[in-house]
Design a protein around this ligand. Sequence first.
Ligand code: ZN
Length: 276
Amino acid sequence: MITAIKDFSKLCLHTMTTRPWTIEECIRNYSEAGIHGITIWRNAIENVNLKRVKTLLDDSGMDVVSLCRGGFFPSVNAMKRQAAIDDNLFAIEQAEALGAPLIVLVCGADKEQSLEKSRDQIHEGILRILPTAQQAGVKLAIEPLHPMYAGDRSAINTIKQANDMAEQINSPWTGVAVDVYHLWWDPELREEIDRCALNRHLFAFHICDWKVPTIDFLNDRGLMGEGCINIPVIRSWIESTGFTGYNEVEIFSNIHWGEDQFAYIGKIKQAYLTKT
Ligand code: ZN
């Protein structure tokens, strides 16, 4: 077993984790806290001058890990499917402007059709945006979501399904994002992480915790150590594959958004050192 590096050099925060902050505040405050990895959520850059953000990122020594999120390809409605393609192409432009090497795909689902049909449309959607992504130098990561989201957010619910799709697409520009919140329960997780890495498809690693009980399906994620996920073990599986990317803290939490965000960053750093 590889011993995890216990410093902040591989710590990345998702801007959604500190949702009360603007993109400028995220950049400045993460940097001052000694955290130099950032994954930017698109809600944080709506109506914002991306050139100015890019300059601020560079001046603050920030490393943009990814842009969240693209995807939402499936729909029974062809116009909506086309609108999703257009939105993903726009996301690729945004990623390029920010210097983000990766877009995370929350792939989508439509309750009006079968999961199989939705998966076909996800596959088709990725193929349509892939040439543009490649041209822009932006990779695409399929993020499998916990099955509780199969009705509306993603028809890809296991790492095996994500690996299958990445293998079918068979491009160095399409891979998988592993998020412990979505995948911790899966008895095949370790072997599928190994399979993912073996195919060079392991693009990102997201961490937080699963609270018991969880009181909100979307916005009650826990800080590492607040729940039941054995993050150190999963992180060791990830790192034993040779993965050298960031550990990305992605926490949607009404509770933590209500706290003083500076104090919260301190808690995140502490939890990162002791609980991951
Ligand atoms: Zn995630």
